[in-house]
Write a protein that binds this ligand. Structure first.
Ligand code: FUL
Length: 475
C-alpha cells in the first residue's frame, strides 16, 4: 500500500495539532500520585477513607519542582482526584476533600500549591481527574456527569494554564454498584473551551496510552494511527481491572506491538496523529509506600527507559509519588538528579552544530544545512518521490562519537520507515554503527564510541519523501 499523505484529504490529521506539537516538544514530564492512599498504604482507595487521614505535615511543592527540574523534566501532572474520589482541592461540589482534612487546618489546597510551584519553577502543570469515583453517591447516574463537569470546570478555570488533562482508562463500579456512562464529548468540549492549548490524554484524542505501565516500548513507534484507534472504551478494556500489582509489570502484548506499519494500516480509511506516552513509576507502586524505599528503580534502569521513550518517539511520563510528609523521598530525588546530570553531560556539546551537511539530493529549496538547528523553522527535503536519501555530516575534527539524534519534521507528519547510520573510520572505511525503523519526533541512537570525523545517515525507506528537521552528534 502506498500512503500518499501529500494528497490525502486527511493530511492535516496525519500531522500534530498545535497543542500536540507543544507536548511533543516537552518530551519528558512527571506524574505525582498523591491522595488518601498515601496514608492508608493502598494503591486503590475504596472511597470510604475518612478525610481526617490526609495530613502531609511538611508539604512543599517547590521541593518537588526542584527535584523534577534537576532531571530536566518539563511538566507535572497531579492526581487531583484518584479513584477514591478524595479531592486535593476544596471542591464546592463534595465534602470529600482537603477542606475536611487536618492539612493546613482545612484551609489547604494541594492543587493550588502544586500549580503555583510549577509556575514559579517554570514548568508546566497538568491535571489527572479520575472519571471513576468510588465515593460519589451520584456515580452511575446522569447527575454524575454534571458533578464531574463541575469539578473539571473548577480545575480548568482556577489554576492557570494546564498543558494536559489525563483521563484514566480504569473504570469500575461506584458505591451504588453501578457503572457510569461517561459523557466524553461533553468533557472534551469543556477542556477545549477553557484550556484550548491543553491535550487530552489516554481516554482522549491527543495523546495515546502506550498500553503498559512497566516502561516497555515498541521498537517501531508510529504516531500516525488509524482514526478511532484506542477510543475510550478500548482503553478501558485494556486498563487495569483490579488493584493487582502484576498489571504494573505487564509488558506490551505481541498483538499490540505493531500499531502503524503499512500492513496494519491497510483497509483503514482515515488516519490521525496520536503520539505515544509511556507512563511508568519510579517505584513499583503509583503511590508512596515506605516499604518500597529500597525498591526505587536504579538510575541505569531509568535512563534505559528514557532512551527508549524520549529517544524512541514516545513521551515519557514518570511518576514520583510524594510521601506522607508531602515531600519526594530522598532516594527518588537522588535518582532524578543523577538522570539529569547524565543527560546534560551527554548532550552538552553537539558536534554537528559546526559541521558541514551535504545530501545526495535536495529539492533545491530545503537544503541539508537546515539540519544543524534544532527547531521547526527550516527543514531538509528531497524532491517528492525521492524516498531514499543520504545525508553526510562532516565534523570539523576527529572525535569520539557515541550518540546520534535524528528528528523528522513532524509538522509534516511521520514518514521514515528504515535507516542506517555509518561512520568513516581513520582508515577511510565506512562502518555501520546503527540501524533502525521509525524516527518520528526524535530518535536517539547510542552505540560504542567510534573515532570519526564523518557520519552519514541513509534513509533506506520512507512512505513518502523524508523530511528531516535536525541531526545532532554527541561524544
Ligand atoms: C491506572 C490507575 O488505576 C492507577 O492507579 C494509576 O493511576 C495509573 C496511572 O493508571 O489506570
Amino acid at each position: 500500500m502506498y500512503i500518499n499523505y501529500e494528497y490525502d484529504k486527511n493530511l492535516v490529521k496525519c500531522c500534530p495539532s498545535p497543542r500536540q506539537l507543544i507536548i511533543e516538544q516537552m518530551e519528558f514530564y512527571a506524574f505525582a500520585h498523591f491522595t488518601v492512599n498515601t496514608f492508608t498504604d493502598m494503591e486503590w482507595g475504596d472511597g470510604t477513607e475518612p478525610e481526617s487521614i490526609f495530613n502531609p505535615t511538611e508539604l512543599n511543592a517547590d521541593q518537588w519542582v526542584d527535584a523534577l527540574k534537576a532531571a530536566g523534566i518539563q511538566g507535572l501532572i497531579l492526581t487531583c482526584k484518584h479513584h477514591d474520589g478524595f479531592c486535593l482541592w476544596p471542591s464546592a461540589y463534595t465534602e470529600h476533600s482537603v477542606k475536611n482534612s487536618p492539612f493546613r487546618n482545612g484551609a489547604g489546597d494541594v492543587v493550588r500549591e502544586v500549580a503555583d510551584a510549577c509556575s514559579r519553577g517554570g514548568i508546566k502543570f497538568g491535571v489527572y481527574l479520575s472519571p471513576w469515583d468510588r465515593n460519589c453517591r451520584l456515580y452511575g447516574t446522569d447527575e454524575y456527569n454534571d458533578y464531574f463537569c463541575n469539578q473539571l470546570t473548577e480545575l480548568l478555570t482556577q489554576y492557570g494554564d494546564i498543558f494536559t488533562v489525563w483521563f484514566d482508562g480504569a473504570c469500575g463500579e461506584g458505591p451504588n454498584g453501578k457503572k457510569q456512562v461517561y459523557d466524553w464529548a461533553r468533557y472534551y468540549a469543556l477542556i477545549r473551551k477553557f484550556q484550548p492549548d491543553a491535550c487530552i490524554a489516554v481516554c482522549g484524542p491527543d495523546v495515546r496510552w502506550c498500553g503498559n505501565e512497566a516502561g516497555d516500548t515498541r521498537p517501531s513507534e508510529w504516531s500516525v494511527l488509524p482514526t478511532g484507534f484506542a477510543a475510550p472504551d478500548a482503553v478501558a478494556e485494556n486498563s487495569q481491572k483490579s488493584d493487582d500489582t502484576s498489571f504494573r509489570e505487564k509488558k506490551i502484548g505481541e498483538m499490540e506491538r505493531d500499531l502503524g506499519s503499512r500492513e496494519f494500516l491497510q483497509g483503514n480509511t482515515g488516519l490521525n496523529w496520536r503520539p505515544a506516552e509511556t507512563d511508568t513509576s519510579i517505584r513499583p507502586g503509583w503511590f508512596y509506600h515506605a516499604h518500597e524505599d529500597d525498591k526505587v528503580r536504579s538510575t541505569e534502569t531509568l535512563l534505559d527507559i528514557w532512551y527508549r521513550t524520549v529517544g524512541g518517539n514516545s513521551k515519557l511520563l514518570l511518576n514520583i509519588p510524594p510521601d506522607r510528609r508531602g515531600l519526594f523521598h530522598e532516594a527518588d530525588v537522588q535518582r532524578l538528579r543523577e538522570m539529569g546530570e547524565y543527560i546534560r553531560k551527554t548532550f552538552a556539546v553537539n558536534l554537528a552544530e559546526t559541521a558541514v551537511f551535504t545530501a545526495d539530493h535536495d529539492d533545491g529549496y530545503h537544503l541539508p544545512d537546515a539540519l544543524a538547528a534544532d527547531n521547526y523553522d527550516a527543514y531538509y527535503k528531497p524532491f517528492d518521490g525521492d524516498n531514499t536519501v543520504t545525508v553526510t555530516i562532516k565534523l570539523n575534527s576527529m572525535a569520539d562519537v557515541s550518540h546520534v539524534v535524528i528528528k523528522e519534521h513532524i509538522p509534516m507528519s511521520q514518514r521514515v520507515e528504515k535507516y542506517t547510520i555509518e561512520a568513516q573510520l581513520e582508515n577511510g572505511e565506512w562502518k555501520q554503527i546503527a540501524s533502525g525503523t521509525t524516527i518520528g519526533y526524535k530518535k536517539i541512537e547510542h552505540f560504542t564510541s567510534v573515532h570519526t570525523d564523518s557520519v552519514r545517515i541513509n534513509i533506506v525507506d520512507s512512505r513518502v519523501c523524508p523530511i528531516l528537521s535536525f541531526i545532532g552528534i554527541y561524544g
